[in-house]
Design a protein. Structure first.
Ligand code: ZN
Length: 186
């Protein structure tokens, strides 16, 4: 058995697989293990909440639910550093798409069907999606800031105008004030 180059650890979505040493591009990482079942059975299990079905082809799926299938801890990313390939004998393995550094989380793209059904664009916690949302939020905040500045500027102009309008009234008030202080002279 080849030496392990990963560990299971805490990730943003629960548990994840992390590199413990540098992994070269195209290097083998882990095998997706499990019982091979017919796609119809996989559909039934998936309908009951199973999330570790790896479809090999139009007939067969690997049920990767058991915890001894370490590959099940590999989380999805829209910008993955690993990918699944089929080896002889309908064996699915994950290999590095690029160089992976120690402590980097190992991720694969789960594919469009899974993504649309269980993850969705608004809830995906991968680096790419978090960056995309952060960028959008920064843009939104900047927009709010600009709007607030514009509002403050018009408010200033408006108060300047109303102050000019209010000025004659103030002068009038002072006249009546003169009248009210007059009795004190007595
Ligand atoms: Zn994503």
């Amino acid at each position: 058995m080849p030496k392990r180059s990963f560990r299971v650890g805490r990730s943003r979505t629960g548990l994840g697989l992390f590199a413990t040493q540098p992994i070269k591009k195209r290097e083998y990482i882990v095998t997706y293990r499990g019982r091979r079942i017919a796609n119809a059975e996989a559909d039934r299990l998936e309908a009951r909440g199973s999330r570790y079905m790896f479809e090999i082809n139009s007939r067969w799926t690997i049920d990767g639910s058991p915890r001894w299938n370490i590959a099940r801890y590999v989380n999805h990313s829209c910008r993955p550093n690993a990918e699944a390939i089929e080896r002889k004998g309908r064996v699915i393995v994950y290999i590095a798409r690029r160089k992976i550094k120690p402590d980097e989380e190992i991720t694969v793209d789960y594919g469009k069907d899974y993504f649309d059904a269980f993850i969705t664009k608004s809830r995906c916690l991968c680096v790419k999606c978090r960056e995309r949302r952060a960028e959008r939020q920064a843009k939104y905040r900047a927009k709010l800031k600009r709007a607030a500045k514009r509002k403050a500027a018009t408010r200033k102009r408006r108060t300047a105008k109303s102050a000019a309008k209010a000025a004659p009234r103030k002068a009038a008030a002072r006249k009546t004030a003169g009248f009210r202080t007059a009795p004190r002279k007595r």
